[in-house]
Design a protein around this ligand. Sequence first.
Ligand code: ZN
Length: 182
Amino acid sequence: MTVMNIIRMGHPTLRQDAVPYPEEKIGSEEFRTLVEDMRDTMASAGGIGLAAPQVDVPCQIAVIEVPEDGTRYGDTPSLPFAVYVNPQITVLDDKADGYWEGCLSVPGLMGYVERPQHIRVDYLDETGASRTIEVQGFLATVFQHEFDHLHGTLFVDRLKDSRLLMFEEEFRQFVAGEPELE
Ligand code: ZN
């Protein structure tokens, strides 16, 4: 198991356009090692998605896994672990909705972001096969957040209002309304 270092906002790699991953290298030893290490890194950090630029590898690969329990993100649909290579998003419905987003590269902060809630994603899977997935709601937000990383964009660039950026602790205290235990 290899846990890679997750780079944080301010590191220039997070602001680069990542390059498409060469199709002929999908399935190679290098590819499989990178994907396995990204999976370990995401699990270790407790994330539901991780893009290669976040581990300082500027290529278009992301991994996503939304667990069943969804405790951290409320009552949300789950999605089994999968690898997305060179993904392209097509917005199927402009209607946007907002979620409070966090990011392993922006630790400790939460921000409210509105994004289209019905998208199609065309991508290559871990065998190099072309695939298409249609997602709605929270999962549409997750995909857009992760794939933004492949184009140098962070959720803080998409805040609905800069006042809707706050620390997790204050978010829990003042927004999520969790009762304080004494
Ligand atoms: Zn992120």
